[in-house]
Write a protein that binds this ligand. Structure first.
Ligand code: CP
Length: 311
């Protein structure tokens, strides 16, 4: 990777994504290895997590490295001490930081002051590690990326932002249908369009479900109310009426469309429980791929030299 930090999918080039995907496939097949012997990751989390925390911790363990989990109460990013000081202290102790935070600006500050790589483990703006696992899952299930069509139904949130950029870079047509007021950010969509000019991907962001779902190979949804937005729950439930991924919506896509969700799901809101239990659903492969995609990122960032192996 030609970047110190991974704060946005845009920090990667399309070639980087291609290489990380093939590394993830290789690492998934190989399992445990000693690429990151002697390396340490600090997980600085301001929000709860199952998949991100477990997959980062196991990625380090399975490559012979170490991970330290620092909970919100322990670090107090910007509260107990300034973000810039946390960055400089951790730079003296560990080799890489993965941070889950509310405001993306916290990550930008962390990366600015840290001498070591900083990985976005979810911010209000992006979730790049999720998008890499998503693209890996699509590749595994469909055998290709270019020319496929993905329908994203729901909130134009951090997952949608990273997924849109990743699709635009890899040539996946990405059509997002969201209620008025919840579309992906206009500037980010413009950035995705610039990538799409090179990759040939067709992009759409609007309120029309049919436009998004027609001919879709992949149906993707995420929660309507993200962590930190709980006060808006009632309003959002009303505003997102008609955008639930259920049997009716799924029937508008291709018959063999796969169904994706980053989890955790709010069953009965953005998705019908039966839909995520049906054979088209790939949600648990998608969750597992967090581990393999992050292994590829960590190994690349830390220049893992495997004893007796490649890289
Ligand atoms: N998808 C995801 O990031 O899950 P967690 O919030 O459990 O880490």
């Amino acid at each position: 990777m030609n970047t110190k930090d991974l704060l946005s999918i845009s920090d990667l080039s399309p070639d980087d994504i291609g290489r990380l995907l093939s590394d993830a496939v290789e690492l998934k097949a190989r399992g445990w290895n000693n690429s990151l012997s002697g390396k340490t990751l600090a997980l600085v989390f301001e929000k709860p997590s199952l998949r991100t925390r477990v997959s980062f911790e196991l990625a380090m363990k399975q490559m012979d490295g170490e991970a330290l989990y620092l909970s919100p109460a322990e670090v107090g990013l910007g509260k107990r001490e300034p973000v810039a000081d946390v960055a400089r202290v951790l730079s003296r102790f560990v080799d890489v930081i993965a941070c889950r935070t509310f405001g993306h600006e916290t990550l930008v500050q962390l990366a600015k002051y840290a001498d070591i790589p900083v990985i976005n483990a979810l911010s209000d703006l992006e979730h790049p590690c999720q998008a890499l696992a998503d693209i890996l899952t699509i590749y595994e299930k469909k055998g290709d990326l270019k020319g496929l069509s993905l329908a994203y139904i729901g909130d134009g949130n951090n997952c949608a932002n990273s997924l849109l950029l990743a699709c635009a870079m890899t040539g996946i047509n990405c059509r997002l249908a969201s209620p008025k007021g919840y579309l992906v950010d206009k500037d980010l969509f413009a950035r995705a369009e610039a990538y799409a000019e090179d990759s040939g991907a067709e992009l759409y962001s609007g309120t029309d479900l049919k436009t998004a779902l027609r001919g879709a190979d992949v149906i993707y949804t995420d929660v309507w109310t993200s962590m930190g937005q709980e006060a808006e729950t009632e309003k959002r439930l009303k505003d997102f009426t008609g955008f639930q991924v259920n049997a009716k919506l799924v029937s508008m896509a291709k018959k063999d469309a796969i169904i994706m969700h980053p989890l955790p799901a709010h069953y009965g809101e953005e998705v019908d429980r039966e839909i995520l239990e049906c054979p088209q659903s790939v949600i648990f492969d998608q969750a597992e791929n967090r581990l393999h995609a992050q292994k590829a990122v960590l190994r690349d960032m830390l220049g893992g030299l495997e004893i007796g192996g490649r890289h």
